[in-house]
Design a protein around this ligand. Structure first.
Ligand code: ZN
Length: 354
């Protein structure tokens, strides 16, 4: 489907709920504010049919839903960030994964880190991707049996699986077979296209995994990702505005592409040419850099409250269904203005197939 078609479809969809305001869209464009400020300031999603637009690192989403802060087998972390939003298929997958995690012996469930902002888009801190509601971070720490308080969810430190100060070495005292099974389980769903982990963790899996190795190829090494791993879904069926990534190369990935991470190259500081002119400051991503539909997503009216667009746990029952379970989100998290540390360093060069 061409872009104008996509826009027409989105516009029609938004107008159905009486939500589109071209005046507001023009205002946002005219201001020239970086897209991360505009998307980072949205408290609620665009009320429309669920549609991701663009790519994982340059896009947005209409019709995102929130995962409840607490479910029977999960808890959402860092609530002040308001990044519990995703495509309904992403949220349903997380619910299913959380149940599978318990079956594997992963405590009483999973701790969920960032998914996306209510309308996706670039963020003021942290990630380059997570922009279209199809990426989610899962802690390498199981959910404790007792619910963590909102403050504990802000303060609880990440636990790296690596030995401090030792180059790319998994800590044997922390890493267990259950960690390995958890990551492979996440990779095993057909709708999951990639899992990102630290290269040391990928190597550990390559060296020790004795089960079916076909799924290992989806598990990709990348900077960071030593205290959490990252689930990336493929574009959902029929999501014509979603720009797919290249398929992962065949094989288990325990090859040259992994060996590269254990060379100096990925960790070397960029070479400086003493005669080169100072590079211009990189320009922040603008709305005009994103798919056209994203200006409309930004300006579409939202729901009356978060409650209206919170995923109902158990059985994948979607918003609006009266058979909702007892697990519903409390009032929207207060924006506290915390300093949020960058979780994922900005990667330098990448090997093919990232
Ligand atoms: Zn991530």
């Amino acid at each position: 489907m061409s872009l104008p078609d996509t826009c027409r479809r989105l516009t029609a969809s938004l107008m159905l709920v009486g939500a589109f305001s071209s005046l507001a869209a023009d205002a946002a464009l005219a201001e020239g504010r970086p897209a991360k400020e505009l998307f980072g300031g949205m408290a609620l999603p665009a009320k429309a049919a669920p549609s991701p637009y663009g790519s994982y690192a340059k896009g947005c989403i209409a019709g995102a839903v929130a995962i409840p802060t607490d479910g029977p087998t999960w808890q959402a972390m860092r609530l002040s960030r308001n990044r519990r939003w995703g495509h309904p298929e992403m949220i349903a997958l997380l619910e299913r994964f959380s149940k599978d995690a318990v079956r594997l012996g992963w405590g009483s469930g999973i701790l969920i880190g960032d998914i996306s902002q209510p309308r996706g888009g670039p963020m003021l801190s942290g990630h380059a991707s997570h922009q279209i509601g199809l990426d989610a971070d899962i802690w390498f720490t199981p959910k404790p049996a007792n619910p963590l308080s909102p403050q504990q969810r802000e303060d609880m430190p990440f636990t790296s699986m690596l030995v401090p100060d030792k180059f790319l070495t998994v800590d044997k005292r922390l890493w267990t077979n259950t960690h390995a099974r958890l990551v492979v389980q996440a990779a095993s769903y057909p709708q999951v296209e990639r899992i990102f982990v630290n290269p040391a963790i990928k190597k550990k899996l390559c060296d020790t995994w004795t089960g079916d190795r076909a799924v290992l190829g989806k598990i990709r090494p990348i900077y960071g990702h030593d205290a959490h791993f990252h689930i990336r879904m493929r574009c959902p069926e029929g999501a014509s505005g979603c720009k797919p990534q290249a398929a992962v190369p065949p094989g288990d990935g325990c090859d040259k592409s992994l060996a590269w991470w254990f060379t100096k190259e990925p960790w070397a500081a960029p070479k400086k040419d003493p005669d080169a002119k100072p590079a211009p400051k990189p320009r922040a991503m603008q709305i005009s850099d994103l798919p056209k539909a994203c200006a409309m997503v930004l300006d579409a009216r939202g729901p009356a409250s978060e409650f209206e667009v919170t995923y109902r746990a158990s059985g994948g029952i979607m918003p609006g269904n009266s058979a909702a379970s007892a697990f519903v989100a409390p009032a929207p998290a207060q924006q506290t203005g915390f300093e949020i540390p960058a979780v994922v360093p900005v990667p330098a060069p990448r090997p093919a197939g990232w």
